[in-house]
Design a protein around this ligand. Sequence first.
Ligand SMILES: NC(=O)C1=CN([C@@H]2O[C@H](COP(=O)(O)OP(=O)(O)OC[C@H]3O[C@@H](n4cnc5c(N)ncnc54)[C@H](OP(=O)(O)O)[C@@H]3O)[C@@H](O)[C@H]2O)C=CC1
Ligand SMILES: O=C(O)C1=N[C@H](C(=O)O)C[C@H](O)C1
Length: 269
Amino acid sequence: MSKVGVFGANGRMGRALVQVCQEQRLTLGAATVRAGSNWLGLDAGEVAACGKLNVPLQATSAEALAKADVWVDFTMPEPMLEHLALAVAAKKAMVIGVTGLTDAQYQELQQASLQIPIVWAPNMSVGVNLLLHLVQTAAKVMGQTADIEIIEAHHRYKKDAPSGTAMAIGASIAKTLGRDLADCAVYGREGMTGEREHKTIGFATVRGGDIIGDHTALFADLGERLEITHKASSRTTFAQGAIRAAMWLQNKQPGLYSMQQVLGLTDLN
Ligand SMILES: NC(=O)C1=CN([C@@H]2O[C@H](COP(=O)(O)OP(=O)(O)OC[C@H]3O[C@@H](n4cnc5c(N)ncnc54)[C@H](OP(=O)(O)O)[C@@H]3O)[C@@H](O)[C@H]2O)C=CC1
Ligand SMILES: O=C(O)C1=N[C@H](C(=O)O)C[C@H](O)C1
């Protein structure tokens, strides 16, 4: 069984990942935090409130990477790319949940996947990955006449917008309708915007409190509307998905794999 390593183990998702490793009796090989962090040396299990695991939080380094077989990263784009370079050098598999990547950053991730196996997904929950299929069916049936809007809500601490999941929903719908999301996306509206342009896909972002993550794809036509909504009520759902991906990566060849592949959802449509 692979030993799991967690980058950013003091973060919201980092702590959820340590908890899930403990619940599933997996071996947490190492857990890292940024160099100079106040959390250095604390026990990863105690920080995650799941009991002492005798895994001290350490700074990310080649030495730390050697302690696990597969590394999970829910940090931020820039540190994630630094972690990725270390993983490539050490030939370690990676599960990456970081969102808000620029095109150039995503291309770096793709390049790294020529050398190591990587799962990257903006949302690791089963429900959202199913939703990504359901919206394709809705788009096929209603997408030519309905107005399509994607609404997402997250906690006050979230740094990127729209969420990575909202972007993936938009991309999935646009692809089904033969549209280019870069051309048809509208990110928020203000002032005298004029009437809605029919073939656009709108995005609305809500930020507040401790909302874990809500996403709605709205297909609004004249006389009726369809709303497909997913609401996460715990970060555990994302962490369980990530750990499932980590186990799935065992003995995989280098490549960039999706959560759809991990969950066996690739031939639903
Ligand atoms: N794919 C999915 O299913 C999900 C994806 N996410 C994504 O995961 C990411 C993290 O979310 P969340 O856990 O809420 O965020 P947090 O802010 O709670 O955690 C971020 C972690 O990254 C570390 N970090 C940030 N900047 C740096 C840096 N420059 N160098 C080293 N470490 C750094 C933080 O360390 P420090 O405390 O020292 O700053 C912390 O450990 C986001 O991109 C989010 O969108 C979230 C949930 C689900
Ligand atoms: O930052 C978060 O919290 C989340 N981010 C992901 C995203 O940007 O889609 C997934 C999830 O909704 C939680």
